[in-house]
Design a protein around this ligand. Structure first.
Ligand SMILES: [Zn+2]
Ligand SMILES: [Zn+2]
Length: 347
């Protein structure tokens, strides 16, 4: 089968790999669409240390079931599906509590670390455990279904924010996750949602996707602007989707006393927090990791049009174009959001 292999850092090639075979409890998936995640781009050059070559990356995917292994019930060949990016064990204490993102034996598809290596979805086929598979309704196209994974990250973060009914929120960072968080907040019945970024085109997209108002941190002073927009002393919740000292400060300074800040972005291992504001204003800081059981809810949101992922997809391209799209994303080309590769065109 055809696969896009990271053979060494910053080198991707189309190679022919042996067809994987589903073992007990596993299914073989014919991959129709797989998004390039920021974490793939950070891993591509060795920066994150979580894509040790050789590895087939890709964890935001959708496709059809091509075959099922032993102990998998039903003949489901041809069924459209997506799957969790996290392979959880299903039996540890965390998994039993439904906190599958915290599983002690957690592995991520398309990731290789010194501890493990797990083939991803930039290939015509891959094998995944049946327990992480979710059926798709027929009205969701595969490239949009590949967006369920990042959407689940956003919905999970919002679920941890304890947004009050008709609450107010600030999203810091209008990248892929920030723009999905914005839409998840709308679905969580926020009355006003503000978005801060330094890129005007992304802020325009935020407006289009339902932001009440946006602030460009490059051209405006954020705090006076927030005081004008949320004169009640700050917003109820802030979701931080960048991960730097400056943006964490913006999030903390923008919530009301007793408010919550959910931290999603983590491009740097350590950052400063405005300690005295957090303590004296009794602000709750909450980390959010991946997702935990939000897939069915996200598939439903997409199916009924409660979330619009189309404006976030910049390009749908064949697998063969993968190397050049990785390069363009790595070079931080302007206005490039999600690029989705299609390893097996629908036959
Ligand atoms: Zn990802
Ligand atoms: Zn587990």
């Amino acid at each position: 089968m055809k696969a896009l292999l990271l053979s060494e850092y910053s080198r991707l090639e189309i190679v022919d790999l042996p067809m994987p075979r589903p073992g007990p409890g596993e299914v073989l998936v014919r991959v129709q669409a797989c998004g390039i995640c920021g974490s793939d781009v950070h891993g591509y050059d060795g920066g994150s240390g979580r894509r040790i070559p050789p590895i087939v990356m890709g964890h935001e995917a959708a496709g059809t079931i091509a075959a099922v292994g032993p102990e998998v019930s039903g003949a489901r060949e041809g069924e459209p599906i997506t799957f969790d990016s996290t392979v959880y064990c299903g039996v540890c204490d965390y998994c039993s509590r439904g906190e599958v993102n915290l599983c002690d034996r957690r592995q991520v598809l398309g990731v290789s670390t010194p501890e493990y290596r797990r083939a991803g979805a930039f290939a015509e086929y891959l094998v995944v455990p049946d327990r992480i598979v979710h059926a798709l309704p027929s009205n969701i196209a595969f490239p949009e279904a590949a967006m369920v994974e990042p959407l689940a990250v956003a919905v999970h973060a919002v679920s941890l924010a304890n947004v009050p009914e008709n609450g107010t929120a600030l999203v810091v960072g209008a990248g892929m996750i920030g723009l999905l968080v914005l839409q998840a907040l709308r679905e969580a019945h926020c009355s006003r949602i503000y978005v801060v970024d330094i890129d005007e085109s992304r802020l325009q997209l935020a407006q289009q996707l339902g932001a009440t108002a946006t602030i460009n941190g490059k051209t405006a002073d954020i705090q006076p602007e927030m005081q004008r927009l949320a004169p009640e002393g700050g917003v109820d919740v802030a979701l931080e989707a960048v991960g730097s000292s400056a943006t964490i400060k913006t999030a903390v300074e923008s919530v009301r006393k007793g408010g919550s800040v959910v931290l999603i972005g983590n491009v740097v291992p350590t950052a400063e927090i405005p300690l005295q504001i957090v303590v004296s204003r009794q602000i709750r800081l909450q980390g959010s990791a991946a997702s935990a059981g939000e897939y069915p809810q996200c598939i439903d949101m997409l199916a009924r049009g409660a979330v619009n992922v189309k404006p976030l997809i910049s390009m749908v391209a064949p697998l063969e174009e993968g190397p050049q799209w990785f390069e363009r994303l790595h070079a931080r080309e302007a206005n490039l959001m999600k690029v989705i590769l299609t390893p097996s065109e629908r036959s």
